[in-house]
Design a protein around this ligand. Structure first.
Ligand SMILES: [Zn+2]
Length: 245
């Protein structure tokens, strides 16, 4: 048996019949304590077999919109924007590469029936403010970037996230590093933003994760990205799908 990680008491279909049963119990205790018959056994049986199931039905029927608006979509965005290319290596611009990656992840999520929000479709890559607005209400929000360093040999994969998302960050980095035959940076692929050289990042402070898909400044890693980004995107989407399910 597998338990669902949620509080059943938030549902009226649980609350109402429980209250009904509790009320009946009080009545039965009272009539025992007072030695006075309020309801007879037949009436109690009728209530138990009709009123209690009816309360369950009503509880299920009454709309609880506050319970249904959460956890309904996954946000995937591309770093930088149409006007900010991010890091550049020759003809390759970070903003364009991560936009392709975003599209690939979005494709696999849609294919799996997951509702998504993105900071644009096709080659469109909206700016950070737009991306941050898409985080609210999402089950999980991920933005893609590529690292760059003056040391051309620097390589590896990392995901910057709040401590609460450490496990997810490590899982995301792991599959990307595997697909790109790269290595994990930071704490097994996780970088706490408090330890990030970039300091506080808006996307992360607002609850998102930033996956650095390797170093654009490293020729091997750039080549691998271009050859295998579909593979990594599929694995990233698999992680996100199992996270939301
Ligand atoms: Zn970037």
């Amino acid at each position: 048996m597998k338990l669902i990680n949620e509080n059943p008491w938030q549902y009226l279909s649980v609350k109402l019949p429980m209250l009904g049963a509790f009320f009946m119990l009080i009545v039965l205790i009272l009539q025992w304590a007072l030695d006075y018959k309020i309801i007879d056994g037949d009436t109690a049986a009728i209530i138990a077999s009709t009123v209690i199931p009816a309360l369950t039905w009503f509880g299920r029927k009454i709309a609880q919109p506050n319970l249904h608006n959460v956890n309904q979509f996954v946000t995937v965005t591309a770093g930088h924007s149409n006007v900010d290319p991010g890091a550049v290596n020759g003809k390759f611009k970070e903003a364009e590469l991560v936009t392709k990656f975003r599209n690939a992840v979005a494709h696999y999520l849609k294919e799996a029936g997951i509702a998504i929000k993105t900071d644009g479709v096709g080659s469109d890559n909206q700016n950070l403010n737009t991306a941050i607005k898409l985080i609210k209400g999402s089950d999980v929000a991920v933005e893609f970037h590529m690292n760059a360093a003056t040391n051309k040999a620097a390589y590896g994969i990392e995901t910057i996230a709040l401590p609460k998302d450490k496990k997810l960050a490590q899982d995301l980095s792991k599959v990307v590093a595997k697909a790109f035959n790269s290595k994990l940076r930071g704490d097994n692929g996780w970088i706490d933003q408090s330890q990030s050289a970039r300091g506080k990042l808006g996307f992360i402070s607002n609850g998102g994760l930033i996956v650095e898909l390797g170093f654009i400044s490293n020729e091997t890693e750039l080549k691998t990205f271009n050859e295998k980004y579909w593979l990594a995107a599929r694995d990233v989407s698999d992680i996100l799908i199992s996270y939301v399910k």
